[in-house]
Design a protein around this ligand. Structure first.
Ligand code: SF4
Length: 436
């Protein structure tokens, strides 16, 4: 006999990276399959789920703030609060001691059990963990597919290896099955996800499948999925073999995000990134000669302990040299539990912020120059949705992940690839003419 359903609606809040967004989608699918419905607001929900992020202290502080909000809410009405994600993994039982509002602390990959618990009901406060599986929202034309979890790298500023644990790769068959299902449901673009995605290595009965072969296998079996992306690769694991697969397989998008973090070899050493400036520059040059149409984005950090003005200038010069299409830029934020917190020569916040501002100013001008250069070009976009601004306009994205708005001159549908001519830029979005 089924347990009585005490929760019929849920409210989901997601913090942090795309991995968390993907996992929240999966969890929502599991909750809906168990008969629960999304609530219109946190105040109306039977239960709230916070899928948390530990990467920065500011993210954790924000989540503690939200837990305080739910604490107040629970004084006026009965509801259940679940915490999952990185903070749940990092703090575990501490949540139950420190936050009386939290009812359940659960592992990131425990979706079916969360769904069963919430739809079936439980009055006990507890902590549980397990592992694996993924997600897809009905109607999406692009989707994320986690292929590995955890990280063995221990960059000195990063908490991920402590909260997500060591690398575990998912079986190729379950990845293929999922991609087949996604393709049949109308997905046209997939992003393979992992904290260190290109160190994927699945071993069974003396066999081993590494990332370049997995990517090639996926590229050769998809049909209506046109763009395969992967995120985030580590430069030290970016092999020549992988470059060849990207160059050879039309279905692998020619747009890559390769975090560099710093242009100074000294700082890269202190970060324990296990490559230096020269090796990174060589990697990009190999990629560009093998894949001339490739566009690149990156992550760059300033203000790491010990970063001198000279080190910072090397980051600026690397950005000028490589000329990324876009960059996610941030300043070093000491993260409790990592080695970098204890390093000497911590920089004052004003210095970190001032350097970040200089980096952003430089990158903005590079991005703008890139985008203006591409303005007169013809390209293809994957139609993602009708524009919220006007029902006569559609939004799509290019292979290089650029947002495009256009007025259709013939029938188009979400999920189609259509040819357009880029005409101008408004902010970061291109206006385009639909070519028929
Ligand atoms: S590669 Fe480094 S930054 Fe990325 S998740 Fe692993 S430890 Fe963190």
């Amino acid at each position: 006999m089924d347990a009585p359903k005490i929760h019929t609606s849920y409210w989901m809040e997601t913090y942090g990276c795309q991995m968390n967004t993907a996992e929240s989608n999966a969890l929502e699918a599991a909750l809906q399959a168990a008969g629960m419905k999304p609530a219109k607001s946190a105040e109306e929900a039977d239960c709230a789920i916070l899928n948390t992020c530990s990467v920065r202290k500011t993210a954790e502080n924000r989540i503690w703030g939200r837990i305080g909000f739910f604490q107040h809410l629970k004084e006026t009405r009965k509801m259940t609060l679940v915490v999952t994600g990185c903070m749940a993994e990092r703090l575990g039982e501490e949540f139950l001691r420190e936050a009386p509002a939290v009812d359940h602390v659960m592992g990131t990959n425990d979706k079916q059990r969360i769904a069963a618990l919430l739809s079936g009901g439980s009055d006990e406060r507890d902590v549980r963990y397990t592992f694996t599986e993924s997600y897809h929202k009905e109607g999406d034309v692009k989707s994320y597919v986690p292929i590995m979890n955890g990280c063995n790298n221990f960059c000195t500023y990063c908490i991920v290896p402590y909260v997500r644990g060591r690398e575990i790769s998912r079986s190729p068959q379950s990845i293929f099955d999922e991609i087949d299902r996604l393709e049949q449901s109308g997905v046209r673009e997939i992003t393979l996800l992992g904290q260190n995605v290109n160190s994927y290595d699945f071993t069974w009965q003396g066999n081993s499948l590494r990332f370049p072969d997995l990517l090639a296998d996926i590229a050769s079996r998809v049909d209506s999925v046109r763009w395969i992306r992967f995120e985030s690769p580590h430069p030290k694991d970016f092999s020549d073999e992988l470059i060849q697969v990207i160059a050879r397989e039309p279905a692998v998008a020619k747009h890559l995000h390769i975090p560099v973090q710093s242009g100074s070899s000294k700082i890269l050493g202190l970060m324990n990134r296990r490559y230096d400036r020269e090796r990174y520059v060589q990697l990009i040059s190999k990629l560009r000669s093998a894949v001339p149409t490739v566009t690149l984005t990156t992550d760059a950090m300033v203000g790491f302990p010990g970063e001198s003005e000279e080190d910072f200038l090397q980051t600026l010069s690397l950005m000028e040299e490589i000329r990324f299409l876009e960059a996610f830029m941030y300043y070093f934020n000491p993260r409790e539990g990592t080695k970098a917190v204890e390093m000497p020569d911590q920089l004052p916040a004003e210095v970190r912020m001032e350097r970040l501002q200089r980096l952003i100013t430089l990158q903005r001008s590079i991005t703008h120059a890139h985008k203006m250069q591409r303005c007169a070009g013809k390209t293809e976009v994957l139609v993602e949705q009708v524009s919220k601004r006007s029902a006569t306009e559609y939004l799509g994205r290019t292979e290089h992940d650029e947002m495009v708005v256009f007025k259709p001159r013939a029938n188009v549908a979400v999920g189609e690839f259509v040819p357009v001519a880029l005409q101008g830029l408004v902010g970061n979005t291109y206006n385009a003419e639909h070519l028929v």
